[in-house]
Design a protein around this ligand. Structure first.
Ligand SMILES: *Cc1c(COP(=O)(O)O)cnc(C)c1O
Length: 422
């Protein structure tokens, strides 16, 4: 028995089976590569689901962590410490004001957004938050209620009250769903788990208009699409092509996590100048939120992205990736239906009716594709049943894209050969 199988077997004995995992046992990772316990190498284009935004084991992050550990590891939020305010200043400087609350994950950040909305609506007895179908906002009770996908809710009722879902990118549906109880609208700038769908500029402008008209908070879940993932700090800045100093056009609040910590757990919400008085002393908190280790690491990530102009690298290589994927699409029109996403959140839409996916009926096309890619040494990530996404580190180069595309090409060819032999 190989090493991988024996570790997988141990999992089934003592780790809860709540995840559907691929049969890969990772031992180590360096830069853009991951190695399994049997010594196989994979080119990583998933990076922990949009987390390791500077690749694996970045020497400057490692140094920063060691220095911070020996200086100040953890104290509580009963006290002040400079690491936390330093990171908050970085975030507010990129959004021309506002204030920041720190937590530890994306779901917690969205919980904070939801509490902000409840507090905002409270004075006028409003509590309803409108979100969109196919959205994903996390796995806590309130965030599964916010999520517009039934699969995360089944068996966990009764649901937290006050959430309503309408189709994404449909401003009329949104307009019609607003009632006297509505206090906020929550969307992802680019739907991630829902299949990499960017919000249209007119949609965002329409939401801003509705929020003004009805005195609603406009909340954006930037957990996956934020932190430069689209080439700008927040996706709305890219989608609306906002000026760097434009505070006015930003939403009321934005949640962040994933790439914010580059592999170290951290979440945050940023609240616009108008609204941060809502969460005063005693209103919210968490033990680990904004602790010195994570905030030091996150500040270092900002420093490296800005110093090395990685935002420009993302814009430059996004075009490269898209062009390559379009070429693949023209080579395999029966397998690839389209290209979707924005920035370093770009993927292929698979034709689920293609013959190559028919022999394995119980398994989605995206998972079948990922399994084949794993066999050939590439990590990509499914987003729903038909999309496979690239979530590259911001410091990759053209060489990594070329290698990934060539593995993708070979994998599709192998699937086609297999289907032809059935
Ligand atoms: C991953 C994700 C979350 C949940 O973040 P966790 O850190 O897993 O709690 C929420 N919203 C979006 C858009 C995400 O992609």
């Amino acid at each position: 028995m190989n090493q991988s199988q024996s570790i997988i077997d141990r999992y089934s004995q003592s780790v809860l089976g709540n995840y559907g995992r691929f049969p890969l046992v990772i031992e180590s990772a360096r830069e853009f590569e991951v190695f399994d316990v049997d010594g196989r190498r994979y080119l990583d284009m998933g990076f922990g689901i949009a987390v390791n935004c500077l690749g694996h084991g970045h020497p400057e992050l490692s140094e920063c962590l060691q220095n911070q550990l020996s200086k100040l590891d953890h104290v509580s939020n009963l006290y002040f410490f400079e690491e936390q305010v330093f990171l908050a200043e970085k975030i507010t400087s990129l959004l021309s004001g506002g204030k920041v609350f720190f937590c530890n994950s994306g779901a917690e950040a969205n919980e904070a957004l939801i509490k902000l909305a409840r507090k905002f609506g409270n004075a006028s007895s409003r509590f309803e938050i409108i979100t969109t179908t196919n959205s994903f906002h996390g796995r806590t009770l309130a965030t599964i209620a916010a999520t517009g996908q039934d699969k995360v809710k089944v068996g966990f009722g009764p649901s937290v009250q006050g959430f309503k879902h309408v189709p994404f990118n449909d401003i009329e549906a949104l307009r019609k769903s607003i009632t006297a109880q509505t206090c906020a609208i929550l969307i992802e700038g680019v739907q991630g788990e829902g299949g990499l769908v960017p919000a249209a500029p007119e949609y965002i402008k329409g939401i801003q208009e509705l929020c003004k008209q009805h005195n609603l908070l406009f909340l954006m879940d930037g957990v996956q699409c934020g932190m430069y993932r689209t080439g700008r700090f927040q996706s709305i800045q890219r989608i609306l092509n906002l000026d760097e100093n434009d505070h006015e056009s930003l939403p009321s609040a934005i949640s962040m996590a994933k790439s914010l910590g580059g592999g170290f757990p951290i979440g945050a919400i940023w609240i616009k100048d108008l609204h941060h008085e809502l969460l005063g002393p005693g209103s919210h908190g968490t033990t680990y939120g904004g602790n010195p280790l994570t905030t030091a690491i996150s500040s270092k990530i900002f420093e490296i992205i800005q110093r090395d102009k990685l935002d420009l690298n993302i814009i430059h290589l996004e075009a490269e990736l898209r062009n390559n994927l379009e070429t693949l699409r023209s080579e395999f029109p029966d397998v690839i239906d389209g290209i979707t996403g924005l920035g370093f959140m770009t993927g292929i839409i698979l034709n689920t009716d293609a013959k190559v996916f028919q022999s394995n009926q119980g398994v989605s096309a995206s998972i079948q594709m990922c399994n084949k890619l794993h066999e050939q040494g590439l990590l990509l990530i499914p987003a729903g049943p038909k999309v496979v996404r690239f979530l590259p580190a911001y410091n990759i180069q053209k060489a990594q894209i070329e290698e990934a595309i060539s593995i993708l090409r070979k994998s599709i060819q192998l699937l086609l050969n297999q289907a032809a032999n059935v």
